[in-house]
Write a protein that binds this ligand. Structure first.
Ligand code: GCU
Length: 420
């Protein structure tokens, strides 16, 4: 509700800037045609898993890179890691807490800190959930051993960008049920997104993008990475570390995220097939929701609220969704044959629960090519009735925009089917 009010006030303020108001009426949606995931751009039908993997999948990934998220560079040649500290007696002795620096540069000036909890009761390497947090690593638990993240915000009159003490320890603990995950045999890891690229429109000066600017370049080209793609790139760099950590089964890492981080989780798994599973929670526009439905948040709205998230080309589709050569069911299809879970909340209309469900429905033909079931239904389930028979899972829970224990419990049950 609060989000809706904030959204409404914002939209009133920007009313003159864009004609489009969010639509919440199914009967007012324009008719739309979704691009066929199984039809090549030259019109040829995709008839095998091999053809999907070798021809169509790269084509779709390229379309998303060019028109939606922007293309990210290869990982830095100087990428390296350091375990900063380790405590075997965390979470009431149930887990080992570790903080790992992932350095993007040789001089170690630019880096992100990965916070990890690994179950002590384990025989060998364990599967893991991994995703970004909103308020700093120290916000995911009251654990006093977590190093405070420096919160990166648009500088105030004092010109200072990085601040500590903005968010309390444990401020986001309800979104990270660490004990439950540990008790179920999963490790959990997280990164503060501001370590990779701060979440405000800074003209791409303060994140990882400048590390890759060519001489004279001051911002990414129209088809190069925006902030969501930078976050995804950062998570993919962390995977390079997980590959070296004997406690983690790097072939069983699910990338998970809520909202903007859900958009990021899907894009991360799209660009990095080493992630074995993707989980999107209330990711909405530019995440799991079908863009061409024009329900709730739209391209022009998200681009105006968050001009830095997507690549500059995406702005060409403001109020012109019908011209987009891709839609988000194809993003879900990029996960195939890996399992993917989509979660919605019934009151989170801004994120278009039905549009999120339909993305799963329309991704299914690609899973079928692999001999797998997707959702196995075209009928949206009732609230709190998860679907997890096939390789695409879905639930719409009671309540509003958030990620809570109920959501995580479903993710665990879904992951258990593939990882245990
Ligand atoms: C805003 C934005 C959404 C986004 C959400 C979030 O509501 O419009 O696109 O998903 O923030 O990240 O919480």
């Amino acid at each position: 509700m609060k989000r809706l009010i904030v959204g409404a006030i914002f939209l009133l303020g920007y009313g003159t800037l864009h004609a489009q108001k969010p639509n919440y009426d199914e009967s007012k949606m324009p008719p739309y045609t979704l691009p066929d995931p199984l039809k090549m751009e030259n019109g040829q039908a995709v008839t095998s898993a091999k053809m999907w993997k070798e021809k169509r999948r790269p084509e779709i990934q390229k379309l998303f890179e060019t028109h939606v998220y922007g293309k990210a560079p290869a990982h830095p040649k100087d990428l390296h890691f350091k375990v900063l500290n380790e405590d075997k007696y965390a979470v009431g002795n149930m887990a080992t807490r570790k903080e790992v620096a992932v350095y993007f540069t040789k001089d170690e000036k630019q880096f992100m800190t990965v916070l990890m909890y690994i179950p002590n009761k384990r025989k060998g390497a364990v599967p893991m959930f991994f995703g970004l947090n909103f308020k700093g690593n120290h916000s995911v638990s009251e654990d006093p051993g977590i190093t405070q993240s420096v919160i990166r915000m648009k500088p105030g009159p004092d010109g200072v960008e990085g601040r500590t003490g903005v968010f309390k320890r444990g401020a986001e603990a309800s979104r990270w049920p660490i004990e439950m995950l540990i008790a179920n045999g999963y490790a959990v890891a997280t990164v503060y997104r501001g370590d990779i690229d701060p979440d405000y429109d800074d003209g791409y000066q303060n994140g990882v993008q400048p590390l890759f600017y060519k001489e004279g370049q001051t911002r990414p080209a129209a088809d190069e990475w925006g902030t969501l793609a930078a976050w995804a790139w950062g998570l993919s760099c962390a995977m390079d570390y997980f590959k070296t950590d004997p406690d983690i089964d790097s072939e069983k890492v699910a990338v998970v995220g809520h909202s903007r981080h859900g958009k990021t989780a899907l894009w991360t798994a799209a660009i990095d097939p080493r992630f074995a599973m993707a989980i999107s929670n209330d990711s909405g526009c530019g995440g799991a929701a079908l863009t061409k439905r024009i329900y709730g948040e739209t391209v022009s709205i998200v681009n105006k609220l968050f001009p830095h998230w997507f690549c500059d080309n995406f702005k060409k589709y403001n109020d012109k969704e019908e011209l987009l050569p891709v839609d988000q069911h194809q993003l879900i299809a990029l996960m195939a044959p890996r399992p993917v879970y989509i979660a919605s909340a019934i009151d989170d209309k801004w994120a278009d629960p039905k549009g999120e469900f339909l993305s799963g429905v329309h991704a299914e033909p690609v899973y079928k090519l692999f001999g797998l079931d997707g959702l196995n239904t075209t009928k949206m389930p009732a609230v709190d009735q998860p679907i997890r028979e096939g390789s695409i899972g879905y639930h719409v829970r009671t309540g509003d925009h958030d990620i809570n224990l109920y959501d995580w419990q479903q993710f665990v049950k879904f992951a258990d089917q593939f990882f245990k």
